[in-house]
Write a protein that binds this ligand. Sequence first.
Ligand code: SAM
Length: 259
Amino acid sequence: MDFMPRAGGFVSLVGAGPGDPELLTLRALRVMQRADVVLYDHLVAPALVDLARHDAERIYVGKECDNHALGQDSINALMVRLAREGKRVVRLKGGDPFIFGRGGEEIEALAAQGVSFEVVPGVTAAAGAAAYAGIPLTHRDYAQTCVLVTGHLKQGAVDLDWRSIARPRQTIAVYMGVGALEAICQGLVAHGLAPDLPAALVEKATLPEQRVIEGTLASLPEAAAAAAVKPPALLIVGEVVRLRDRLAWFESQTAASAA
Ligand SMILES: C[S@@+](CC[C@H](N)C(=O)[O-])C[C@H]1O[C@@H](n2cnc3c(N)ncnc32)[C@H](O)[C@@H]1O
């Protein structure tokens, strides 16, 4: 189905998935191949940006921790301007645009200016990391619920609703948690979770360079420091991490294809 208007400017807010270009949706691919301009973020793989039409303009606007190519207001203003020039704009964001991606804020700005838009969902990092690490986020025997939280520091402190996340039979997926890993693990133990609860950090999930550092709430911070884990990485905490022993598949496939 083709929802994209043929005349007038239009913005497609598109989720690019966690890294593996093959996780892009067919809809996202179609929208990208029609775009006049692609605005893309830091975490979007270059191979994905290459899928745009060869004559499409590509603009890097991406935010890397302290290195913002453009501020949020400037990105919003740029999308509005390009759409008003009649362009078909793709705003390509890592993972899913509505999960810790400020996608909601971006389309609020478009709506406020009367710019037409659509949202194309993407595979979020938690889903990609869990699948490629062999860690089901829910499992009848281990976890009935899963919460997605951000470990981003707010004024130097982890700002989490500890009571709602430190619960039994619940998997916790923490985005942006590398910098505050130790504080997060300590906070979860302080709020009742067992120090030997399994936890894993999935670095560069879904990409050939993916690494999975496993441990417990007590041991993971040291293991991650020893392995020099860097963002992007996703923290998964819960009994489900035990399943990786039996369900890991990606590393063996990557090793086999490299051999
Ligand atoms: C600003 S958030 C954006 C999340 C994105 N909107 C999504 O749905 O996945 C960035 C965080 O997502 C996680 N992330 C994104 N891509 C990842 C990847 N390939 N491997 C591991 N974590 C990833 C990391 O925790 C990273 O710090």
